[in-house]
Write a protein that binds this ligand. Structure first.
Ligand code: C2E
Ligand code: MG
Ligand code: MG
Ligand code: MG
Length: 290
């Protein structure tokens, strides 16, 4: 069965005409197998509090170690998964891996929360929240050990149901972050109504903020808005020291991006965390990372 399946895969994949939809269907079919065979892996990217230099969180980002196509980025398959029923087992697999990683980090002495990305589809029934609760218990973790990241698309749908689910997570101390802020169409009323703890400013505004005055204005205004609503701000896509400096001046709370570290496998992250912490605590100022 396996050989036949793979044979079919190769022939469709190599076809040059109409590869687009055929390829997508094929990927989706292969994903079931990927879930069974543990081909999905998480990479982890740290988030740094500007005031203290401490790592305040780690974001879990999924990758697919595809047997023939190599490492696939989430942009290449997550949208397909989100459009299918596979989203439920997929999210369960991500939750399990992220919580396992969170346990491991704690054993290494790093108790920062693990941030997970959920898709809009996860919020249309309460299965996902039940999965989160069950897996927290199974891994002997509690609400504050995780942060759930949602996009504006996810929270703009059925607003009363989404509010109930988020309230339920909030009551257990789970952190809630609005991801890619500024790129979607959610109403500002949601910021007031939903128990969000963090706004993550989308990287597209952060990337050019040191040269593009408009982007700088958007970032600065978002920070003010978030702070006035009692929320913390995370800037994503911080790629250089100049952007970090400007964000610090603007009073941004937390930064994430290639300037600090790229997403990496867990073992690498743990080594990086030990090194970062040693440098942070070092009395030698030249060794300070920022
Ligand atoms: P996101 O949650 O907004 O994640 C940030 C993306 O920006 C990640 O891309 C990350 O690798 C990338 N990034 C981080 N720092 C920088 C930087 O300094 N410069 C640039 N140019 N990029 C940076 P990635 O890993 O490809 O993930 C893309 C998106 O896929 C994520 O966006 C998230 O929406 C989604 N995603 C990732 N993992 C999961 C998952 O487990 N479940 C679901 N539903 N979605 C996921
Ligand atoms: Mg995210
Ligand atoms: Mg984001
Ligand atoms: Mg983004």
């Amino acid at each position: 069965y396996r050989a036949k399946h793979h044979g079919l895969g190769v022939s469709l994949y190599d076809r040059r005409t109409d590869t687009h939809s055929a390829d997508k269907l094929l990927l989706l079919a292969e994903l079931t197998e990927a879930l069974d065979e543990g081909q999905l892996v998480l990479h982890f990217q740290p988030e740094k509090e500007l005031r203290t230099g401490r790592i305040m969180g780690v974001e879990a980002l999924v990758r697919w170690r595809h047997p023939k196509r190599g490492f696939l980025a989430p942009g290449e398959f997550v949208p397909l998964v989100e459009a299918s029923e596979l989203i439920h087992p997929f999210t369960r697999a991500v939750l399990a891996m992220a919580m396992q990683a969170c346990r491991r980090l704690r054993r290494e002495g790093f108790a920062c929360p693990m941030a997970l990305n959920l898709s809009a589809r996860n919020l249309v029934d309460d299965r996902c929240v039940q999965d989160i609760e069950r897996q927290l218990r199974a891994h002997e973790l509690s609400g504050p050990d995780i942060v759930v990241e949602l996009t504006e698309t996810a929270i703009m749908h059925d607003t009363t149901q989404v509010a109930e689910l988020l309230d339920r997570l909030d009551r257990q101390g789970v952190g809630l972050a609005l991801d890619d802020f500024g790129t979607g169409f959610s109403s500002l009323a949601n910021l007031k109504r939903l128990p969000l703890d963090f706004l993550k400013i989308d990287g597209s505004f952060v990337r050019d903020m040191t040269t593009d005055e408009q982007d700088a204005i958007i970032v600065r205004s978002t920070i003010t808005l978030a702070h006035n609503l009692g929320k913390k701000v995370i800037a994503e896509g911080v790629e250089n020291a100049a952007a970090e400096r400007l964000l610090r001046e603007m009073g941004c709370d937390i930064v994430q991006g290639y300037h600090l570290a790229r997403p990496m496998p867990l073992d690498e992250l743990i080594e990086w965390m030990h090194l970062h912490e040693a440098m942070r605590l070092s009395p030698e100022p030249l060794l300070l990372s920022s």
